[in-house]
Design a protein around this ligand. Structure first.
Ligand SMILES: Nc1c(NC[C@H](O)[C@H](O)[C@H](O)CO)[nH]c(=O)[nH]c1=O
Ligand SMILES: CC(=O)[C@@H](O)COP(=O)(O)O
Length: 162
């Protein structure tokens, strides 16, 4: 289903377990910072609304989305971190650079999650235009940061059931 048919901020309360003791690392790409800071605001508020303590949320920056994977690895390797949320915005330019970044960061984040056996969430927008990005960072299609945060929470809830 395309995002335009589903608001990114709408989510069910399924698999939302007690988050009072869970610790989250949120990594924010500095590229397109107007967008990525909105993603962070959405993610942070969603974590708090679902019972995560402020002191259990750490925020770190990377230069660009390509660096999200390495930073995620550094943080996911820390035993006290229960989940990592990666936030970025890669906007299509004139060249194929967009494709290489998006592919690398999607695979990189997946590999870190599987290596450390903990949620490492792909909260990276890959729009064609700035407006599409804004629409998905608190605009008419909701906030991808909300989606990323609730995804981390639900995966931790699932892990506790298994
Ligand atoms: N063009 C965008 C980038 N480019 C930078 C890369 O992510 C990376 O930092 C650089 O290639 C050095 O390794 N990053 C974004 O997050 N968004 C873009 O639109
Ligand atoms: C995703 C990018 O790196 C891109 O914004 C860079 O723009 P260009 O492909 O025009 O060099």
């Amino acid at each position: 289903m395309a995002t335009k048919l589903k608001n990114l901020s709408d989510h069910s309360s399924k698999n939302v377990a007690d988050m009072a003791k869970k610790k989250f690392a949120v990594i924010v790409s500095e590229w397109n910072e107007e967008v990525t800071e909105s993603l962070y605001s959405g993610a942070y508020e969603t974590l708090i609304q679902n019972g995560v303590k402020k002191e259990h949320i750490v925020k770190h920056y990377v230069p660009g989305s390509f660096e999200l994977s390495l930073a995620a690895q550094w943080l996911a390797s820390q035993k006290h971190i229960d989940a990592v949320i990666c936030l970025g915005c890669v906007i299509q330019g004139e060249t194929k650079h967009f494709d290489f970044i998006c592919d690398a960061v999607a695979h990189g984040i997946t590999n870190v999650s599987l290596k450390y056996n903990k949620p490492v969430i792909f909260g990276v927008l890959t729009p064609n235009t700035q407006q599409q990005a804004l629409d998905r960072a608190g605009g008419k299609h909701g906030n991808k940061g909300d989606e990323a945060a609730i995804t981390a929470i639900k995966m931790l809830g699932l892990a506790e059931q298994l």
